[in-house]
Design a protein around this ligand. Structure first.
Ligand SMILES: [Cu+2]
Length: 212
């Protein structure tokens, strides 16, 4: 027996990140959009594909990634120095220990939410992993806005997040046509959130090891 398809629509529109001086940020790099149903069960996300977050030039690449619960995340070290990755985010705590050039430690993320990743060696390294249960989640890098297709009709929470703006939410109605909007974020936070090392202490000042 064929199931009657539910009405589905699209959600589309520009996302704008406002700098402190009022100008618009040129790129939506590192911005994440998520759509979660409020009046229906969250559709089952597809099987989780492993993802890799590299360390290169004393930075995490990509700086922002999306995963689902159960996803394997590896951290290939493409530098010539030791790195570490740790998270003290509740529900997704881990510590890779220091690892060498060419190594690629692996962890599994389990709980939904935002996981903040840091390196215990280099204070300036930060990355963010969004663990989501909705299949409607996307990185807006290289786009001018968000676009979700084939969204079942209903009421949704639209969540937009950026490392320098935090999270903002809207409630939107999705019908059978195209739901359009313009969504604004304010970049008010510093690019690097003050944080402690994995022991909960201040980072030791270190000579800049440029030879990475
Ligand atoms: Cu490091």
């Amino acid at each position: 027996m064929a199931m009657t398809p539910l009405a589905a629509g699209g959600v589309q529109g520009p996302v704008r990140i406002h700098e402190k001086d009022g100008r618009l940020r040129a790129s939506l790099r590192d911005c994440v959009a998520m759509l979660e149903p409020l009046d229906a069960p969250v559709p089952v996300a597809g099987p989780s594909k492993p993802i890799a977050i590299r360390t290169l030039g004393k930075q995490f690449l990509p700086r922002v990634a999306i995963a689902t619960p159960g996803t394997d995340v590896s951290f290939p070290n493409l530098d010539h120095i030791l790195h570490n990755v740790f998270s003290v985010t509740k529900g997704n705590r881990f510590d890779t220990g220091q690892y060498r050039p060419g190594d690629s430690p692996r962890v599994k993320v389990t709980s939904p939410g935002l996981v903040k990743l840091y390196c215990n060696v280099h204070h300036q390294m930060n990355a963010f992993l969004w663990v989501v249960t909705t299949p409607f989640a996307q990185l807006l890098d290289g786009r001018t806005g968000l676009q979700f297709d084939q969204v079942p009709a209903g009421t949704y929470r639209l969540r937009l997040w950026h490392p320098e703006s935090g999270e903002k939410t809207w409630v939107i109605q999705v019908g059978s046509g195209l739901t359009q909007g313009t969504w604004d974020l304010d970049a008010t936070l510093p690019p690097l959130e003050p944080h402690k090392n994995k022991f909960g202490r201040d980072y030791a000042p270190m000579a800049d090891d440029r030879d990475y």
